[in-house]
Design a protein around this ligand. Structure first.
Ligand code: HEC
Ligand code: HEC
Ligand code: HEC
Ligand code: HEC
Ligand code: HEC
Ligand code: HEC
Ligand code: HEC
Ligand code: HEC
Ligand code: HEC
Ligand code: HEC
Length: 319
């Protein structure tokens, strides 16, 4: 008896597929009302037509980087820059209905991204954009970039200054911004550096959208090149682990943004085989008389091991 419903299910599935397919909603509408006149074909009408009703937006647009589309022949949108994003506008210019024009307000984040990437896909900075944490969490291009805002809010000016970038990021990442209020942190609150010094807002091949240096290494080396090495005597974790195994990149209550208040506690997390005499004989190869952790003198590891990131002269990284 179940088979009686098969045609119905098939019809529903077909309608569902239509609605899901690109342009499917129009197609679905058409099938529901076959008697209605087929909608007029959308044509390009040019930006001057848009300006007739959207004069303020049109005037402001001259300050936006995209205004180059209006005049640059090579790009193929000469005289019709508005429609390069909003699509052909002839029907909307007649009806003035919001339903007849592509409007990011009514689009899903994924659809907005596709719209922007139509032109921006091949830019180096966009690599993997669609897979990034932002795209996966519905943070569209337009969450960060304004096309029609002006003055301080316009993306171009906003992102030319580090403070403007930070302002944008912290709207959503309040918890991260809070870390930058701790006593030891990078100079972001001063506006001397921005989130994008370390992160690529668009994406990266590394976790957490970390920016890569030209050598495909994490961004820390961009500014702290002296930590990169190669060193004759390397400290294994500096080479093999992220810097964050010892440092809190966003900020810390501990000097040097260490993950632990006292360096010794950090060192001993990995070097616990340094035992105090008399129990140890040659713990970890260290002679008995040294590293007696009962004595304060031995607890300030970095007073002696000054080159913890690596040394070119001393195997114990003493200098
Ligand atoms: C005859 C006047 C007129 C012309 C010409 C016109 N528009 Fe509009 N447009 C309107 C009106 C009125 C609205 C507000 C519609 C609403 O809110 O329902 C609108 C709304 C919009 C919206 C926002 C839709 C939304 O979701 O709220 C966009 C985008 C838009 N127009 C783009 C364009 C573009 C691009 C052109 C040129 C191709 C253009 N318009 C030409 C009158 C016009
Ligand atoms: C680079 C892509 C792009 C171009 C080019 C573009 N727009 Fe837009 N437009 C957008 C986006 C994105 C929005 C959504 C609001 C926002 O993010 O600023 C929008 C929103 C609008 C709106 C609705 C504004 C509102 O406040 O509801 C209108 C009207 C509009 N655009 C008209 C135009 C006109 C007229 C032009 C040409 C002068 C134009 N757009 C050029 C991307 C574009
Ligand atoms: C029709 C092609 C096209 C589309 C669609 C497009 N852009 Fe652009 N975009 C350009 C061009 C051309 C430039 C000018 C920069 C250049 O010289 O290459 C530009 C520049 C930019 C810049 C740099 C601004 C600056 O001040 O340097 C940003 C940010 C940007 N676009 C974001 C977007 C966003 C967000 C969208 C989607 C809402 C979008 N673009 C859609 C062509 C396009
Ligand atoms: C999380 C915020 C964010 C999102 C989402 C975002 N951007 Fe950006 N974008 C920025 C910032 C910040 C800059 C400034 C570059 C910098 O400081 O390194 C920028 C710069 C740009 C530039 C200028 C050229 C460059 O690479 O520096 C273009 C073009 C651009 N973005 C396009 C896009 C497009 C297209 C999308 C959507 C697919 C997008 N952006 C999504 C924050 C964002
Ligand atoms: C509109 C809100 C919004 C803005 C603006 C925004 N983000 Fe995000 N960001 C998110 C969301 C949502 C996530 C995903 C959830 C999470 O990991 O916290 C995210 C994730 C991230 C991640 C982790 C990525 C991953 O793959 O795990 C980084 C790094 C990041 N954002 C940096 C930035 C930077 C830098 C800026 C400014 C240029 C910025 N964000 C602006 C909402 C935003
Ligand atoms: C000094 C470099 C640096 C700066 C500046 C920086 N970050 Fe990060 N961020 C990191 C590192 C390193 C991680 C951890 C990466 C990992 O887990 O592999 C991280 C992780 C994140 C994450 C993932 C979740 C978390 O809290 O661990 C988010 C979101 C984030 N950063 C946002 C931001 C925002 C927003 C700013 C600016 C206010 C910012 N970051 C500035 C280096 C930095
Ligand atoms: C865009 C440049 C830049 C990048 C990228 C960068 N830093 Fe820094 N770093 C700085 C500046 C500037 C200071 C502050 C120097 C000062 O105040 O004397 C600093 C200081 C530090 C300090 C010392 C803080 C103190 O209290 O003395 C540590 C530790 C540090 N950074 C670790 C990192 C780590 C880990 C990364 C990668 C996740 C990183 N930095 C990425 C610029 C950068
Ligand atoms: C094994 C733990 C450890 C790792 C891993 C590590 N650091 Fe450090 N770092 C330290 C200690 C301990 C200090 C404090 C040294 C002192 O007090 O003299 C320090 C200090 C710093 C300083 C400030 C003083 C200076 O020498 O300039 C910077 C900057 C820094 N580290 C950057 C980095 C970067 C970048 C990485 C990743 C390549 C990294 N560190 C990895 C332990 C580590
Ligand atoms: C994340 C784990 C880790 C942390 C934290 C750590 N180390 Fe190491 N350290 C290692 C490893 C692994 C080696 C290599 C051991 C080997 O080759 O046998 C090493 C080697 C050393 C060596 C000997 C170098 C050699 O080749 O003989 C010294 C000295 C040293 N660490 C000092 C420190 C000091 C001081 C600290 C605290 C600032 C510290 N370490 C923090 C993992 C760590
Ligand atoms: C008073 C100076 C001094 C202090 C403080 C000190 N060390 Fe050392 N450490 C040395 C010297 C000198 C050597 C080299 C011993 C040798 O070559 O036999 C060494 C060697 C080491 C080695 C390498 C052993 C090996 O197998 O080569 C490690 C690991 C180490 N120290 C860890 C630490 C840790 C962790 C601390 C802090 C709890 C610390 N040291 C504090 C002077 C010091």
């Amino acid at each position: 008896m179940r088979f009686r419903y098969v045609p119905l299910i098939a019809a529903l599935a077909w309608a569902g597929w239509l609605a899901a397919a690109p342009g499917g909603q129009e197609a679905a509408k058409k099938t529901q009302a076959p008697a209605a006149a087929s909608p007029a074909k959308k044509e390009y009408v040019g930006s001057d037509t848009c300006a007739g009703c959207h004069d303020e937006i049109h005037a402001n647009f001259k300050k936006n980087a995209h205004t180059i589309l209006e005049t640059n022949k090579r790009r193929g949108w000469q005289g019709k820059a508005c429609e390069s994003c909003h699509g052909p506008g002839s029907v909307h210019a007649e009806s003035t209905s919001a339903d007849d024009i592509l409007s990011p307000k009514n689009m899903t984040p994924a659809a907005i991204d596709q719209m922007c990437l139509g032109c921006h896909r091949n830019q180096q900075t966009q690599v993997g954009r669609i897979q990034s944490g932002h795209a996966r969490n519905s943070v569209a291009c337009t969450s960060c970039h304004n096309v029609h805002k002006t003055g301080e809010e316009a993306s171009a000016r906003q992102f030319r200054r580090a403070a403007g970038v930070n302002q944008n990021c912290r709207q959503c990442h309040m918890d991260v911004w809070a870390s930058f209020q701790k006593p030891h942190r990078h100079p972001l609150p001063e506006g001397a550096m921005s989130c994008t010094g370390c992160h690529n807002p668009h994406a990266s091949f590394l976790n957490r959208n970390m920016r890569l240096t030209s050598g495909q290494q994490p961004s820390c080396f961009q500014c702290h090149a002296d930590k990169r090495g190669p060193f004759v005597f390397e400290h294994a974790p500096v080479r093999n682990e992220p810097c964050t195994i010892c440092h809190e990149a966003h900020g810390s209550a501990n000097p040097r943004m260490m993950t632990r208040h006292e360096a010794a506690n950090l060192c001993l997390e990995c070097h616990s085989n340094i035992q105090s005499p008399p129990r140890a004989t040659t713990a970890g190869g260290i002679a008995i008389a040294t590293h007696d952790l009962r004595l304060p003198r031995w607890r300030n590891c970095t007073a002696c091991h000054q080159k913890v990131h690596g040394s070119n002269v001393n195997g114990a990284m003493l200098r």
